[in-house]
Design a protein around this ligand. Structure first.
Ligand SMILES: [Zn+2]
Length: 161
């Protein structure tokens, strides 16, 4: 899950840190995670700039240190456009962010929502589709079909648990 390159034959990790194929060797004082950097028209993936000292073998900075498996928890993420629910393992959930095991954070209000149980996620999708069906002019049939399908799943889930 961690975004850290594996060491090469020379024992060093290499990072795509600039334009084109140019790569930079690992700085052994810094965290091994590669980070995404927006440089205008493209992205590069340089080594994290923070000091290492946390996580396995002390190779990570505080923020990127992987969370021990025992502390991870399953959350259910809904995709309102496709009505899919995807279980995701998260290290932490705060008011603002869902924090992934590798330290990556995702803002909670970016269209996707995270729920503590499958049932809560399904119920939220049903509510959303019912609301959309009431106001939709163009996709009324689609939203109505979604509500029916989601409610069937919910019934099934209640029978199982
Ligand atoms: Zn780091």
């Amino acid at each position: 899950m961690s975004h850290a390159p594996s060491p090469g034959k020379d024992g060093l990790r290499w990072y795509a840190s600039g334009f084109g194929p140019k790569r930079s060797p690992e700085d052994k004082t810094r965290c091994i995670q590669s980070v995404t950097q927006d440089v205008g028209r493209w992205y590069t993936f340089p080594q994290c700039s923070h000091k290492r000292g946390h996580g396995p073998d002390g190779l990570y900075c505080k923020r990127h240190a992987p969370t021990p498996v025992s502390e991870l928890r399953t959350w259910y993420r809904t995709n309102p456009w496709s009505n899919e629910i995807l279980p995701v393992l998260l290290a932490k959930m705060t008011e603002q962010f869902a924090v992934f095991p590798d330290g990556r954070r995702e803002k909670r209000e970016q269209g996707h929502a995270f729920f503590g149980s499958m049932r809560a996620a399904l119920e939220a999708l049903v509510t959303r589709n019912e609301r959309n069906a009431e106001t939709a002019r163009r996709n009324l049939a689609e939203h109505t079909a979604s509500v029916v399908a989601l409610k069937k799943q919910l019934v099934k889930l209640k029978e199982e648990t």
